[in-house]
Design a protein around this ligand. Sequence first.
Ligand SMILES: [Zn+2]
Ligand SMILES: [Zn+2]
Length: 374
Amino acid sequence: MELHILGTSSARPTGIRQVSGSLVQCEDGIMVVDAGEGFQTRYAMQRKRLKLHDKGNTLRASRVHVICLTHGHLDHTWGVLPWMHTMALDKREQPILVIGPTSPDVFDALLDSGVVPHSAPSAELARQIKSWQELGATSESLGYSVRWVLGDVVADRWLEMGSDGVCFLLDSMPQPEGWKKNRIQPLATLHSVPSCGWMLESKGGSGKFNRLKAAELKLTDQQKAQLSSGNDIKMEDGTPLQASDFRGQERPTTRMVISGDTAEMAKGLTSISGTDVLVHESTFIDEAQQWADEFLHSTSTGAARTAVACNARHLVLTHFSARLKDVEIPLSEAKGVFGSKEISVSAAMDGDRIKISENGAISHLVWSDDGWSS
Ligand SMILES: [Zn+2]
Ligand SMILES: [Zn+2]
């Protein structure tokens, strides 16, 4: 599982940081979490960097099966529509799921009348989706299937917004089409508008079957199938073969959680049993706790307290205020919270990658003009 962080500033871009947007690659495909202004340009740039410095790692758009939005603030959503139009120009055929949170009131109103109530905040996602649909973000206009899904996350109620203005209730939150080993899950957070973080969970299981070894021994398809399903066999000359010798190491379940904007200790985050990586907003440093409380954001120590509460192995700080001059400050503040606890922490820059390998090892690959280094 690998995360590409394409924007690490809060609210407005700086000379070196752009607004929110990231992609998580897993075996089943790619999940995008937020796509603020200029997302498609940053995404194209990341692909170019990969082509130069990590050949074979392509991040193809056709592999993007889901866009998960954390909330409706424009620094998290304004890049969705133009990118969808570009994918239409590129003759995308694969379906895409776009999913995000709404409030219980808006949810009820949508089901009832299909109309967003006037009282809903301007950054209400339903409002944006309706206007995007009017601007051509429908399956009919784009030429590929788009499903717009909104959830009342705490109550686990989900609805789909049809392009004809009709909203209908879903039995459960849909998963990206065709995904088998990975699941997405919303985690309720606390911000000035309805919000949630997103978890990508990759189920562990038996290691990969060693095809090379099987080929070297010139095994038949039937023999391979036997070994692959865990049965020991004998070769024709009587040599015994043990199925366990053909399996790689058992893979642990891996989790990546991305918080979106939130006050610290959000219930949805602290209620999970653990995560390998928590990417948490750290808009302010500790001395600005008052602002964090007022605007429902987190400080670096708040992010660290949340990481402790949700049993994270590694914390990545992001969504920094434009005022922040030196990331060493939030990093050392977070470390101060961890004390002797075995949690590692790093600070994200645009272009960085966070990798969780099959054996569970975590690495933060830092982008510089010469490529990535860990
Ligand atoms: Zn934000
Ligand atoms: Zn926000």
